[in-house]
Design a binder for this molecule. Structure first.
Ligand code: PLP
Length: 420
């Protein structure tokens, strides 16, 4: 459910008509709904009502905008971060260091040290050597690092290959069969408190079965580690819950997910960590765009919009579907392809799709663009970085400026030997 609805013929974000934002800020522009973010944060938490000891760390990479993080901090969420840059955002948004999880397969020594200095609550180790390095850095500072070991449960999440992370050939985690010996090697090190295990098998999961299979493997591993004398006090179950990208898509709800988790983990006796990203932010945002041309095509016309693959990469990257809707729908539809101005055939949002009829100059939105949208933007084709707007009821604010191509150009220079 979201708060982007047609009211008296015009799409609104909550109570703000989208044309008002287009007029003031220009297009393309990401628009986020505070009410939707809050609703998703609450529904996810309520879904886990049957889980007694839990901590929710929003996966910042889905949408790291500072204002979005502030809303989620208000909702009592911590953060899952994968770089020092994300860590600084979480702290700047007011999230408590103790509520932050630091994940990532390539944390540098500098990032590990920064995490310790900031008092990060949990560091997710990706290999044994990282555990030794973290212990050494912590010991040299007279500190103790709180860590868990990310394991790879070797399950197929059934999602797009580029967002699948839990198969044995993926780069993430350690093989579950080696977890025990790594615990033996790391558990007693000064400077390191190894407290449990973590998994994250992929994103946009449309089915709970792979998650349940992975969680059962983790449950067995917890038993094995305890039998070997290790104290296991926390398990991080990662993120991955999918969202409906197409009207009519049916996905497992947070309540379905929570019921499965409560059932599978009932006798684990640990604190559970959750890292939802997409399910919180996905449907809380749209990318608003203006139609530049409707260009005749061989089969269907091309609706050329002013948003492109550099603004919203998911269709080019993952063949992802985003519903497209007119801001002032007439009730008529047309068969069309939708593409951006970038000089790549991959800069195509849809082919042979029935969409709201639009003409040049019309405003439209790509829905479900709140996660993995603005944050993946680039400046390819010397386009600017798209701005972001947060709506709350009848008010709105620009929460990230448009970065103009001139600003990007200003950061480049010609070396002296090429000077004219
Ligand atoms: C990306 C990621 C998440 C969030 O995934 P979603 O599918 O957006 O919920 C959680 N944990 C880790 C370690 C991640 O890399």
């Amino acid at each position: 459910m979201d708060h982007f609805q047609i009211i008296q013929g015009v799409m609104h974000a909550e109570q703000v008509p989208l044309p008002v934002i287009a007029e003031a800020v220009g297009t393309p522009v990401y628009v986020y709904s505070t009410a939707t973010l809050r609703r998703h944060a609450r529904v996810f938490r309520e879904g886990l009502a049957g889980v007694p000891r839990k901590h929710i760390a929003y996966a910042i990479k889905a949408n790291p905008n500072l204002a979005v993080l502030r809303v989620l901090a208000d909702e009592g969420y911590g953060a899952d971060v994968v770089s020092a840059g994300e860590m600084r955002r979480a702290l700047a948004a007011g999230m408590k260091a103790g509520d932050i999880v630091f994940s990532g397969v390539g944390k540098t020594r500098e990032e590990l040290a920064a995490a310790l200095d900031a008092g990060i609550g949990q560091i997710n180790l990706e290999l044994e050597e990282e555990g030794h390095v973290l212990a050494e850095i912590a010991a040299s500072k007279g500190m103790t690092a709180h860590a868990v070991l990310r394991v790879n449960p070797d399950v197929d999440a059934g999602t797009h290959a580029k967002i699948s992370t839990g198969r044995k050939e993926n780069k993430f985690g350690v093989p579950i069969s080696e977890a025990r010996s790594m615990f033996d090697a790391l558990a007693g090190l000064p400077g390191l408190s190894l407290e449990g295990v973590a998994i994250h098998i992929g994103s946009q999961l449309a089915d709970l079965a792979p998650l349940e299979a992975a969680y059962r493997r983790i449950g067995a591993l917890v038993e094995e580690l305890r039998a070997a004398g290790h104290a296991i006090t926390r398990v991080d179950l990662g993120g991955g819950l999918g969202v409906p990208y197409r009207a009519g898509d049916v996905l497992p709800s947070p309540a379905d997910y929570g019921a499965m988790v409560a059932r599978v983990t009932a006798d684990w006796d640990v604190e559970l960590m959750f890292e939802p990203g997409r399910v919180i932010a996905g449907n809380a945002g749209v990318l608003m765009t203006r139609v530049i041309w409707v260009k005749p095509g061989v089969l269907n016309p091309y609706v050329i919009v002013d948003a492109a693959m550099n603004d919203l990469a998911r269709p080019a990257l993952y063949d992802a579907w985003h519903d497209f809707a007119a801001v002032r729908p007439t009730g008529e539809t047309m068969m069309a392809n939708i593409a951006g101005p970038v000089c790549e055939t991959g800069d195509t949002f849809a082919m042979n799709r029935e969409i709201d009829a639009v003409r040049s100059g019309d405003l439209a939105v790509f829905r479900t663009a709140g996660a993995y949208g603005a944050t993946m933007a680039s400046t390819y084709n010397s386009r600017g970085l798209v701005p972001e707007v947060l709506v709350d009821g009848d008010r709105y604010a620009v929460v990230a400026d448009r970065i103009e191509p001139a600003t990007i150009l200003a950061a480049e220079r010609v070396p002296e030997w090429l000077a004219r």
